[in-house]
Design a protein around this ligand. Structure first.
Ligand SMILES: Nc1ncnc2c1ncn2[C@@H]1O[C@H](COP(=O)(O)OP(=O)(O)OP(=O)(O)O)[C@@H](O)[C@H]1O
Ligand SMILES: [Mg+2]
Length: 449
């Protein structure tokens, strides 16, 4: 058992004891007060009968006889007669109301024997018998009690045991999930990222349940992130291999056939540029993933930014009999990093220009969403589109469509776009267009501006 278990147990036991003693003390004080308020003595035929019976028992049976008589009275309504000796103590050790005793003594010395009765026990001791009027004395303790263990101690033992049992189970209930969590944390730290705690914790709805669910969410995210990093590393190594292999071939070719040196050098240069490009893309991606977008400082006019990119893209597109058109419904200013946003727009627009069929137009539009909280940039082309099954993974690094044309890029453009848009608090989605083609939609919240 851990330390927390004992701490909780101790706190509960101490609380229970303090409460019990506190309540006992208050009840005792209250009883004393009631006792002090008792002044009247019971009179009448019933009191007289009780006094006569008690007197006879005490006179002939002594303290033991009196106790036997008291034992015959029902526990709920004990014998209401006190037998007080010269020192003011009851023969059965019950509490004696001081004012009532004073009154009984006064009546006795005045010779009144209605409500008081002096009795001499066989051992020669003198007692004064009387019955307080309003409240019955407590059930006597002592010689008259029934055989068996003292009910007070029995009750105390049962209470303490029940309290211990309750505190123990509560402490166990509270510490058990924590032990689970601790074990799971160690396992996670050792690299077992598939570790989850909720199956062991059960369907709890309390704070510990919330902690368990948060732990599972954290483990799930960690597993996904580490998995993604591993995949990325694999993909990067794989991507680097092909240009490196081609470089080696080109070098080999130059060695074996010096007359093809120029051709080989050109190849080497091309592969070098390609490698440089790839590493540049990867650096951008990793910078974005590392969250270098902390300070969103620049205010930028989104319409102007798009116009510049569309102008460049149109110039390139015209060479292959394609066109790009921009439609803006106004001008809005956004707070962000112009370099990243323009890279995001450029990646999407270049993709559209590359994929759209010759003789068609790529439509770029900028508008404010109906709620007025975010800008919507849409880039639609008339190309082959993307198979529905691939739409969900299109923005992952190194994902290239199955029917892409040869000599395409690395599949990093859209991954960079998504991270750049996310870094601005936005979202990017892609959908196939009716009539053919792909529409990529970038949503950028204005709230950050
Ligand atoms: N407008 C589009 N129409 C059809 N397919 C598209 C379109 N845009 C992207 N794709 C598909 O999505 C894939 C991923 O695009 P992404 O921009 O990430 O990579 P890429 O263009 O191949 O390479 P680069 O890293 O140079 O951008 C592309 O390979 C292509 O198959
Ligand atoms: Mg691209």
């Amino acid at each position: 058992m851990g330390r927390l278990f004992w701490k909780i147990l101790l706190v509960f036991v101490v609380t229970m004891l303090v409460t019990s003693f506190g309540v006992g003390f208050v009840v005792h004080i209250h009883a004393q007060q009631r006792l002090a308020q008792m002044t009247e003595l019971a009179a009448g035929p019933r009191a007289e009968r009780n006094l006569a019976a008690a007197g006879t028992a005490l006179r002939y049976g002594g303290a033991a006889g009196f106790a036997t008589l008291a034992g015959q009275w029902p526990a709920r309504r004990p014998l209401p007669v006190l037998a007080v000796d010269a020192t003011g103590a009851d023969v059965l050790g019950r509490s004696v109301p001081p004012l009532a005793l004073e009154r009984a003594r006064a009546l006795s010395s005045a010779g009144d024997d209605d409500a008081v009765r002096p009795v001499q026990a066989p051992d020669g001791r003198h007692y004064l018998l009387f019955a307080p009027a309003d409240v019955l004395p407590h059930r006597p303790r002592g010689a008259h009690r029934r055989p068996g263990p003292d009910p007070f101690y029995l009750r105390l033992a049962i209470t303490v045991l029940a309290g211990l049992l309750f505190s123990g189970s509560l402490a166990w209930y509270l510490t058990r999930p924590l032990r689970h969590l601790r074990r799971a944390t160690s396992r996670l730290a050792e690299g077992a990222l598939q570790t989850r705690v909720m199956p062991a914790l059960g369907p709890r709805r309390d704070e510990i349940g919330d902690l368990g669910r948060d732990f599972d969410y954290m483990a799930e995210r960690l597993q996904a992130l580490v998995g993604a990093q591993k995949r990325l590393l694999n993909d990067v190594s794989h991507e680097l291999r092909s240009p490196l292999a081609r470089l080696q071939v080109a070098v080999g070719l130059a060695r074996q056939q010096p007359e093809k040196l120029a051709c080989a050098l050109e190849r080497i240069e091309r592969e070098g540029t390609r490698l440089d490009d790839l590493v540049g893309h990867l650096l951008t991606l990793s910078r974005l993933e590392a969250g270098v977008m902390q300070g969103l400082e620049e205010y930028l006019a989104v319409g102007e930014l798009l116009e510049d990119i569309v102008d460049d893209a149109r110039f390139e597109a015209a060479a292959s009999d394609r066109d790009v058109r921009l439609r803006t419904a106004g001008e809005w200013v956004l707070k962000g990093r112009a370099e990243l946003l323009s890279r995001a727009f450029e990646n999407v627009i270049r993709n559209a220009v590359r994929h759209t069929a010759p003789g068609t137009v790529v439509e770029v539009s900028l508008e404010l969403e109906a709620s007025g909280t975010q800008l919507i940039v849409e880039v639609c082309d008339r190309g082959p589109g993307v198979p529905e099954a691939e739409l969900a993974t299109l923005f992952e690094p190194f994902v290239r469509s199955a029917h892409r044309e040869a000599g395409g890029g690395y599949g990093l453009g859209l991954a960079i776009t998504r991270r750049a848009v996310n870094a601005h608090g936005g979202r990017v989605t892609a959908a196939n267009r009716t009539g053919g083609g792909l529409c990529v939609t970038l949503r950028l919240p204005l709230a950050a501006s």
